[in-house]
Each structure stands twice: as structure tokens, then as C-alpha cells.
Design a protein around this ligand. Structure first.
Ligand SMILES: CC(C)(O)CC(=O)SCCNC(=O)CCNC(=O)[C@H](O)C(C)(C)COP(=O)(O)OP(=O)(O)OC[C@H]1O[C@@H](n2cnc3c(N)ncnc32)[C@H](O)[C@@H]1OP(=O)(O)O
Length: 257
């Protein structure tokens, strides 16, 4: 299938999505959102895909939501169309997603990266929530996910000043999991994704669900959720296989059931 705003490939068990609107620094418009929703639904349904990498260009992961598309909106249209709500479907993808970020990840670009389960950044990456400079605030989860990722002080600094932070600062404050040289970015992200895709998919999905729960609830609720997911995995063939393989000193072969 051909897309206008994305390049879509599979590399082994990894689905690779490259944002592809170079003329607009990968600004996230309606068409890109619709195409991304479709691609992720396809990867979700494809038993051969165990993890997903979302990346952009060397200059920009994404420079935010498309300002030219948003500019004519009034309050009534924003509220009735629920502007930005379509991104919830992207964040709801149940397979692990890694953002491989080079260059600008601003506004919606930073928010898209934060919808992924973790971010691997090139040394050239720049993160920010500059919406305040446009007379708005983040609308794709920036005030919420950024605050959970980096804490109130840093989130307030970024959201209220609209400044950018570089990859080193983003790693120091916990937004980014790893920083790598620009030429190693995709290789590193694909290797991490392939590694994840080699594990039992039910275990991977439950691990993702359990860690994600920690972002949303109090400790006691999160502990209960973790315990139930942990118990449930003892009903899988993969648990038997994984533990038998350890005891027999061999590599496990997971069947994803
Ligand atoms: C989702 C919400 C609700 O949270 C809201 C948002 O995401 S609002 C958007 C937040 N993002 C921004 O404010 C960043 C806007 N872009 C920039 O500040 C700059 O483009 C830059 C600093 C990222 C890069 O600057 P520079 O290298 O000088 O490139 P430009 O000439 O500015 O850009 C090239 C080209 O891309 C177009 N562009 C860039 N960003 C966007 C955008 N977010 N939406 C639409 N178009 C964008 C820019 O207009 C240029 O196009 P042309 O004018 O050459 O046609």
C-alpha cells in the first residue's frame, strides 16, 4: 500500500514507520494522522510484527502539529471535532513502539515521541513544547506525559518558556532512554525493537501494560494490576518454554501463546 506522508516497511519482525513530509519538517497533519492510524492498526493485527519503530528525517522527527492546518480553527470547530483527539488511537497501540528521534521533536512531535514506549535520540535531537509561542498549549498529551516523564519543574520550564532542550538534557531528565551518534540511530532502534520482538508477545504486551499503568494510577492499584498480569502469564505456553529453556541451558523458542 502506498502512503503520501509515511514510508512503511517491515524489517524482520519490526514494523518501521518513517514520517515523510520533508517540505514541512514532518508537521503532523490530518492525512498523516489517518495514515499512521491505519498503519498501526495493520501492525497490531499482524502476528508477524512484534515491535514498531517510528522515526523521521535527520533534520526533524516532527516539528509539531501542522500550524497551517490549525490556524483557521475556532473554538467551536476545535471542540466539536475534538481537535487532536485522533492521536489517542496512536497512543493506544498495544504493541511496543520506539521513537527514534533525530533533529526537531517539537510540540506534537515531542508528544508523538512520548506516546511511544521509549525514545532513542540522536545527539542532534531537540525536544520542546513551543505551543505557548503560538498562543496555545500542548493538546496531544504534552502537559501530562512530559510532566510524568521529567517532573513538574522541568515540564513547567519547557511548557511555559517554549524553549528547546538538547538530547543530553533530555536524557538527564529522563525523557530519553538512550542517546546515540546520528549514524547509529536507526540501527540502535531497530536492534532494540528486534530484541523485544524476539520475546513472548503476550509477555511483552503485559509488560507494556503494567509499566504504562504506573503512569496512570496510585501504587496500590498498579501493584494489583501488575500481580494479575504476572499471574496470567503462567497460563501461557511461553512461560513453560522460557523457564524450561533456562533450566535446560538452551535458547527459548516462543510461540506467542
Ligand atoms: C499538537 C499541539 C496541539 O500540541 C500543537 C502543536 O504541535 S503546535 C506546533 C508546535 N511546533 C512549533 O511551533 C514549531 C514550528 N516550527 C519551527 O519553529 C521551525 O520550523 C523550526 C525551528 C522547527 C525549524 O526552523 P527552520 O530550520 O528555519 O525551518 P523553517 O523554514 O521554519 O521550516 C521549513 C518548512 O517547514 C514548515 N513548518 C515547520 N514546522 C511546521 C509546523 N509545525 N506546521 C506547519 N509547517 C511547518 C515551515 O513553514 C517551512 O515551510 P515553508 O514556509 O518553507 O513552506
Amino acid at each position: 500500500m502506498a502512503y503520501e506522508t509515511l514510508l512503511v516497511e517491515t524489517r524482520g519482525r519490526v514494523g518501521l514507520v518513517t514520517l515523510n513530509r520533508p517540505q514541512a519538517l514532518n508537521a503532523l497533519n490530518r492525512q498523516l494522522l489517518e495514515e499512521l492510524q491505519g498503519v498501526l492498526a495493520g501492525f497490531q493485527a499482524d502476528a508477524g510484527i512484534g515491535a514498531i519503530v517510528i522515526t523521521g528525517s535527520e533534520k526533524a522527527f516532527a516539528a509539531g502539529a501542522d500550524i497551517k492546518e490549525m490556524q483557521p480553527y475556532g473554538f467551536a470547530a476545535a471542540v466539536t471535532e475534538d481537535l487532536a483527539a485522533g492521536w489517542d488511537a496512536v497512543a493506544a497501540c498495544r504493541k511496543p513502539m520506539i521513537a527514534a528521534v533525530s533533529g526537531f521533536a517539537l510540540g506534537g512531535g515531542c508528544e508523538l515521541a512520548m506516546m511511544c514506549d521509549f525514545i532513542i535520540a540522536s545527539e542532534t535531537a531537540k525536544f520542546g513544547q513551543p505551543e505557548i509561542t503560538l498562543g496555545i498549549i500542548p493538546g496531544m498529551g504534552g502537559t501530562q506525559r512530559l510532566t510524568r516523564a521529567v517532573g513538574k519543574a522541568k515540564a513547567m520550564d519547557l511548557v511555559l518558556t517554549g524553549r528547546m532542550m538538547d538530547a543530553a538534557e533530555a536524557e538527564r531528565c529522563g525523557l530519553v532512554a538512550r542517546v546515540v551518534a546520528p549514524e547509529r540511530l536507526l540501527e540502535e532502534a531497530l536492534a532494540a525493537a528486534e530484541k523485544i520482538a524476539g520475546f513472548s508477545l503476550p509477555a511483552v504486551m503485559m509488560a507494556k501494560e503494567a509499566v504504562s499503568r504506573a503512569q496512570e494510577t496510585v501504587l496500590s492499584e498498579g501493584m494489583r494490576a501488575e500481580r494479575r498480569l504476572f499471574h496470567a502469564l503462567f497460563a501461557t505456553e511461553d512461560q513453560k518454554e522460557g523457564m524450561a529453556a533456562f533450566i535446560e541451558k538452551r535458547k527459548p523458542t516462543f510461540a506467542n501463546r
